[in-house]
Design a protein around this ligand. Structure first.
Ligand code: COA
Length: 167
């Protein structure tokens, strides 16, 4: 039986921290579906289509990795995709509580679905999508934190917002 894992997230935007988990995680499974959440609790900077498009472009040549979007409950999506594992990255102790709660809730909803955690590489443990957006907003470089396409899209969107604000 094919072992399929889902790596879900809002990816707003995708960072080298996420990529590190994808690169290592795909080696553990037959297929890794990187699943972009349509409706997250957060108000996102990039809309759903933009986040999906960025992931598709950046991950297009990575073997065993598929990009998809989902709406609604993650457990239902996992069932539809015949996935047996949810993959999540943990950066620091502070991530633990949130991840623990989510893993237990998902387990209650579907006991046959396992959540597997991977420690994010130490080089990226300080990263967050919020931090990256803030740096770009104030004109800083995030080239060591995100793929070139992501930096380009961030700058482009902030430029647009600024132009609209100045009208
Ligand atoms: N390296 C660096 N940073 C990382 C990282 C890594 N390996 N992994 C996550 N992060 C950061 C992200 O940049 C992001 O930062 P931010 O908080 O500043 O935006 C944060 O950690 C979390 O983002 P992400 O990994 O994209 O996940 P998420 O927590 O936004 O995703 C869902 C949550 C989508 C998985 C969850 O809400 C969900 O399953 N929703 C569907 C509805 C559902 O089923 N709900 C019930 C769940 S119990």
């Amino acid at each position: 039986m094919e072992r399929i894992a889902i790596y879900p997230g809002s990816f707003d935007p995708l960072t080298y921290g996420h990529l590190n988990i994808i690169e290592r995680g795909r080696l553990l499974f037959d297929k890794l579906i990187v699943a972009v959440a349509h409706n997250t609790a957060k108000k996102t900077f990039f809309d759903f289509e933009e986040r999906l498009q960025i992931l598709r472009e950046v991950l297009k040549d990575i073997d065993k990795v598929e990009v998809d979007g989902f709406e609604g409950l993650l457990v239902e999506y996992a069932e539809k995709k015949k996935a047996s594992v949810i993959l999540r990255g943990i950066r620091t102790v502070s991530d633990f509580e949130y991840e623990f709660q989510m893993a237990l809730a998902n387990k209650m909803l579907n006991p046959s679905l396992e959540t597997v955690f991977m420690m994010t590489d130490a080089r990226y443990s300080y990263l967050s999508s919020t931090l990256i957006k803030e740096i770009v907003r104030f004109g800083g470089s995030v080239s060591s934190m995100v793929p070139p396409l992501v930096e380009e899209k961030l700058k482009e969107k902030f430029r647009k917002i600024l132009q609209e604000d100045n009208r």
